[in-house]
Ligand binder design. Structure first.
Ligand code: ATP
Length: 194
């Protein structure tokens, strides 16, 4: 079974691409959503976060995102620490997901950050969803109602698209010039034959 990673910066269209793969029958593991679920449900993970960041990390068992964000937002080392605590739990959960779908020819893992970290080693093949800056800003503005400068700051804090393009195995261009469905179909054919 082939493990395929789908990555791309915010607003690139990862989730849209994954929903097309899902229609073709491919199971998709949404890593960022799963991480949010795990910090709210896994007691061992919650204990580790509390040990590192203090008892304000949870309010009656619910993850205190605002508190944690206030710490990690301005401190890269703290962000690294948080990720190093959460990452093994997501990895383990992804392993279970792959086992559950062991009869499939391929499964997908969607994550915003993949090429930047050891997370790239949890998949066999990486697809980058690539979209021009103006379109990403426009889509996020429409979806989340945040300001242009805030979105640009978030995009600029991520690894550059040029670097990502060099590291990915395939690229899906979500730029209103290339058909998304055709690009997904081509990859689907490739993955079922690999
Ligand atoms: P994030 O990491 O911020 O969650 P994402 O990479 O998963 O973003 P999507 O949520 O798939 O991106 O897309 C962002 C927004 O743009 C969504 O509202 C989505 O419906 C829209 N969108 C993405 N691609 C297209 C497209 N090809 N045509 C029309 N709308 C699109």
């Amino acid at each position: 079974m082939l493990r395929v990673g789908i990555t791309g910066g915010i607003g690139s269209g990862k989730t849209t691409v994954c929903s097309i793969f899902e229609k073709l029958g491919a199971p998709v593991y949404y890593a960022d959503l799963k991480a949010k679920e795990l910090v709210n449900t896994n007691l061992e993970l919650q204990n580790k976060i509390t040990l590192a960041f203090g008892h304000n990390s949870f309010i009656e068992g619910a993850y205190n995102r605002a508190f944690i964000a206030s710490i990690v937002f301005s401190d890269k080392e703290k962000l690294k620490l948080l990720n190093s605590i959460i990452h093994p739990f997501v990895l383990n959960d992804w392993g279970k997901f792959c086992q559950q779908y062991a009869n499939k020819t391929y499964v997908l893992k969607e994550a915003a950050i993949m090429l930047e970290t050891e997370s790239k080693n949890s998949v066999d093949y990486i697809v980058l969803v690539h979209s021009p800056m103006e379109l990403r800003v426009q889509r996020i503005q429409e979806r989340d109602g945040v300001s242009k400068s805030e979105i640009e700051a978030r995009i600029n804090a991520q690894m550059s698209e040029d670097e990502k393009l060099k590291l990915a195995d395939s690229v899906i261009r979500n730029d209103q010039k290339h058909s998304l469905i055709e690009q997904v179909l081509t990859l689907h054919q490739k993955f079922i034959l690999l």
